[in-house]
Ligand binder design. Structure first.
Ligand SMILES: Nc1ncnc2c1ncn2[C@@H]1O[C@H](COP(=O)(O)OP(=O)(O)OP(=O)(O)O)[C@@H](O)[C@H]1O
Ligand SMILES: CC(C)(CO)[C@@H](O)C(=O)NCCC(=O)O
Ligand SMILES: [K+]
Length: 279
């Protein structure tokens, strides 16, 4: 089995992938913490022959995790943001400073769709762009839905946005504090994603496929106007592309990759942008 680990600021997600069949056998998530000890909610390391890790947690968390895993597993691969990989050129002035989850998302997106816009809706919402020739432009980082809510301190932190709500319900004016907060932060997130996407496509003169991932991707997706795909395993896809271990991975196939969303004509994106700028 291959253990893929995506250590975020809040949650550490894992999945076990069968090295022979390429099937995903199990998945889980635990709070990110210093010690990643096997136990409840953590996979059995006896069946693991290789580990691939993406981590944006503090250095100590990664160091402890790697030390623990190296005692039990033969090969442990840790992804890093590089100046260049798999045809993509990192847009950061200091490439190593780009969050590796963003870098892996961009690599997966580029392998799937060529030039694209990748959005990760986690603790932070990040939006990244890579052009059809492989130039990554950099991107945007904004607070995620939960962070926005917690920062308001209005006693609403425990009332999450129902992930099954329709965008229409979430965008109307709230008639109670909890609604005003939930609808406000939802409006902030989806407006930002719509605007950033249109703005950058307009500036670069290209209509790019849009890909969403992260814990809040499904709910944000409902408020995104352009055709797009939700790809829960996008960061894992980047790990597969960087460290291909199975036959399917070596052939360039990533587990759970969606079909590439339909490209909207650039004129339509520009018309939408012009309209929103009139308001
Ligand atoms: N069980 C859960 N626990 C915590 N947050 C959850 C859960 N399910 C969904 N979420 C939502 O997912 C978001 C967290 O997203 P995600 O799981 O992508 O990761 P993260 O660990 O915060 O990632 P990163 O720190 O890399 O942004 C939160 O804003 C929250 O609204
Ligand atoms: C922005 C987050 C927290 C999103 O997970 C992560 O990608 C990160 O810690 N990035 C480092 C800063 C940067 O990407 O510029
Ligand atoms: K993440």
């Amino acid at each position: 089995m291959i253990l893929d680990l995506d250590i975020g600021n809040t949650l550490s997600k894992w999945r076990l992938k069968d090295a022979e069949s390429s099937e995903i056998r199990s998945r889980g998530a635990v709070w990110t913490r210093e010690e990643w000890r096997p136990g409840a909610d953590i996979p059995d390391l006896d069946v693991v022959e290789a580990v691939r890790i993406s981590s944006v947690a503090r250095k100590a968390v990664l160091a402890q995790t790697v030390a623990l895993l190296q005692r039990r597993v033969r090969s442990v691969h840790v992804a890093r943001s590089e100046p260049e990989a798999l045809g993509v050129s990192n847009g950061y002035r200091e490439p190593g400073k780009l969050g590796v989850d963003r870098w892996l998302g961009v690599l997966a997106g580029y392998q799937l769709a060529g030039g694209c816009c990748t959005v990760d809706c986690g603790s932070a919402i990040t939006v990244d762009f890579v052009l059809p020739g492989g130039q990554h432009l950099g991107g945007y980082i904004l607070p995620g839905l939960r962070l926005m809510k917690e920062s308001l301190k209005l006693g609403t932190r425990n009332v999450a946005i129902d992930p099954d709500s329709e965008a229409d319900e979430l965008l109307v004016p709230g008639a109670r504090t909890v609604e005003a907060v939930n609808h406000g932060i939802y409006m902030a997130a989806v407006s930002a994603v719509n605007r950033i996407y249109s703005e950058v496509c307009d500036r670069e003169g290209v209509s790019l496929p849009l890909l969403l991932t992260g814990g809040d991707a499904r709910v944000v997706s409902r408020g995104v106007q352009v055709p797009h795909a939700v790809w829960p395993d996008m960061v894992y896809g980047g790990l597969e592309a960087c460290f291909p271990l199975t036959a399917a991975e070596r052939a360039g196939r990533m587990s759970g990759a969606p079909t590439v969303p339909r490209r909207v004509p650039l004129e339509k994106i520009r018309a939408g942008l012009a309209f929103s700028m009139l308001l």
